[in-house]
Design a protein around this ligand. Structure first.
Ligand SMILES: [Ca+2]
Ligand SMILES: [Ca+2]
Ligand SMILES: [Ca+2]
Length: 508
């Protein structure tokens, strides 16, 4: 088994132990007891929470709520949510206090959703502080908060939060994680826009991961963050260099971060896996602008990334044997171990700052994400398409991640979608519907042979592949037609990321 796979499994197991795996799909299914309305039932958010019981929802009407001490859930697993979204519902600390404190064993069922959280001020976690707790923090705008020691936006210490789908903007720490600080924590940081945060002295303008922290950082947009020294983007630091339980950094866009001194996109003294990211246009005063292994500890596994156009160079301080299947602008790795040196041909390598600022200023998370996705997507003739590591045994839902188009994995965070329409019943995916198709299904059912296209093989469209599909296909073969296209069903059982409909194929 490759080192990559071993480490990845280990990090995932560690996160699974913390109960976080599966949370990413956690939405819309929460059961709650009763609703409490602020300010209709209780004048303040804290008094609403105090009156709530486990599993209640506390729903907050639009308005600005100025607080002078931190709001705390007091260990209750409740949902605190704005009624009309973060644009209209602001919690402001007035530069006097931390905004939220989770320190009483709250679980992932303690949800904080849909607020603008601003004006927070303290030593750790200006906006939100988590200790001995694992809350779910999602869909908020966390902006312009300040901390002295770590985590201008959010700080986690001995905590396992899920931080997902937030805009984390313009927060400041004097040191250690302008956006997010994680110390001895097992957080999942997923799908956030982390932009223009700063850590003034050192380190991690966007995110700092320190101590024993197996943190999973995936699908974030980490852009325009700044620090004086040590990673404008992500800084990972550990005191016990022999442990293998560190950050897994995948599918992120890490762009235009700056560090006045060394390192910039990612800096690590740690054993981390950095895979399928797009790391571009980051700049550092010296050492590497892209990914930098601190102190010459060569423990970063780099694979399937675009690390391109960083200054003064893309990579430094990393064991060359761990650098494979990346797209780089740094000639010394070209042609070795699957690395290529070529322009990745983004649709737009220079996203327009004003367009992005306007989207973020109006709180348009979805719009900002789709703009960034589009910019950093690959053009049709990009050399990164189908150039990733063919030997990595990707789980099926990871192969070209969102698309699962059945092709070899691409390099970078944004795969190129090569799905093509399929013919219902064409189980062997040769674009003909004939007797070889029910035969292929029979071999799949009784001889463990692989199928080329599960969606097409499910000819009666009931999300099961069984003998009924063979019978259904034969019926149409002998009547000289194709199985008709039944209505699109709601959910699939054999696809973990949903059915691909008429567009895509689910491959075995
Ligand atoms: Ca591909
Ligand atoms: Ca066929
Ligand atoms: Ca079926």
């Amino acid at each position: 088994m490759s080192l990559y796979k071993i480490l990845k499994n280990r990090i995932r197991k560690s996160i699974a132990k913390a109960g976080l795996v599966g949370l990413l799909a956690f939405s819309g299914s929460e059961l709650y007891a009763k609703d409490i309305y602020v300010p209709r039932d209780y004048a303040t958010i804290q008094s609403g929470i105090d009156a709530s019981e486990e599993r209640d929802r506390v729903l907050v009407a639009p308005g600005e709520y100025v607080i002078n001490e931190p709001i705390t859930y007091r260990g209750k697993n409740i949902i605190l949510k704005s009624e009309e979204g973060p644009q209209k519902t602001v919690i402001n600390g007035g530069g006097q206090t931390q905004i939220f404190t989770f320190n009483s064993g709250e679980s992932e069922n303690a949800v904080l959703e849909g607020f603008t959280i601003t004006g927070g001020y303290t030593d750790y976690g200006g906006g939100i502080y988590c200790e001995n707790s694992s809350p779910t923090i999602r869909g908020n705008i966390i902006q312009k908060n300040y901390s002295g020691d770590g985590g201008g936006g959010i700080a986690c210490i001995n905590a396992s939060p899920l931080i997902t789908s937030n805009i984390i903007l313009k927060n400041v720490a004097d040191e250690n994680g302008g956006g997010i600080y994680c110390g001895n924590s097992e957080a999942i940081i997923e799908g956030n826009i982390i932009k223009e945060n700063a850590s003034y002295n050192c380190c991690g303008g966007g995110i700092l991961v320190g101590g024993n922290s197996p943190v999973w950082i995936l699908k974030n947009y980490i852009i325009d963050n700044w620090t004086y020294e040590g990673a404008g983007g992500i800084f990972s630091w550990v005191e016990i260099p022999d442990e293998w339980s560190r950050a897994l950094i995948e599918f992120n866009i890490i762009a235009r971060n700056r560090s006045r001194e060394l390192g910039c996109g990612i800096v690590s003294s740690d054993k981390v896996v950095v895979t399928k990211n797009t790391i571009v246009q980051n700049s550092a005063g010296h050492a590497s602008g892209g990914v930098f292994g601190y102190d010459g500890i060569t423990s970063i596994v780099l694979g399937d990334n675009i690390i391109y156009g960083n200054t003064p160079q893309d990579i430094a301080g990393i064991d060359p044997s761990q650098i494979s299947y990346n797209c780089l602008s740094q000639p010394e790795y070209c042609g070795e171990k699957g690395n290529i040196c070529a322009d990745p041909l983004f649709v737009n390598p220079n996203p327009d700052s004003k367009t992005l600022d306007d989207l973020l200023e109006s709180g348009n998370y979805e719009g900002a994400i789709s703009y960034l996705k589009e910019c950093y997507s690959l053009q049709v003739d990009s050399p990164c398409i189908d150039a990733g590591d063919p030997n990595i045994p990707w789980d099926q839902d990871e192969a070209d991640f969102d698309y699962c188009d059945g092709t070899r994995v691409d390099i970078g965070a944004m795969p190129y979608d090569q799905r093509r329409p399929f013919i219902r019943g064409d189980a062997n995916r040769d674009n003909k519907f004939d007797l070889s198709d029910p035969a292929a299904t029979l071999l799949y059912l009784f001889k463990n042979k692989k199928l080329k296209c599960l969606n097409a093989a499910d000819s009666n469209r009931d999300h099961k592949i069984d003998i009924a599909d063979v019978v259904y296909s034969l019926k149409y073969l002998f009547s000289g037609g194709n199985p008709p296209e039944p209505p699109f069903p709601e959910a699939g059982i054999y696809t973990r990321r949903g059915d691909y409909g008429n567009l895509g194929c689910r491959y075995e």
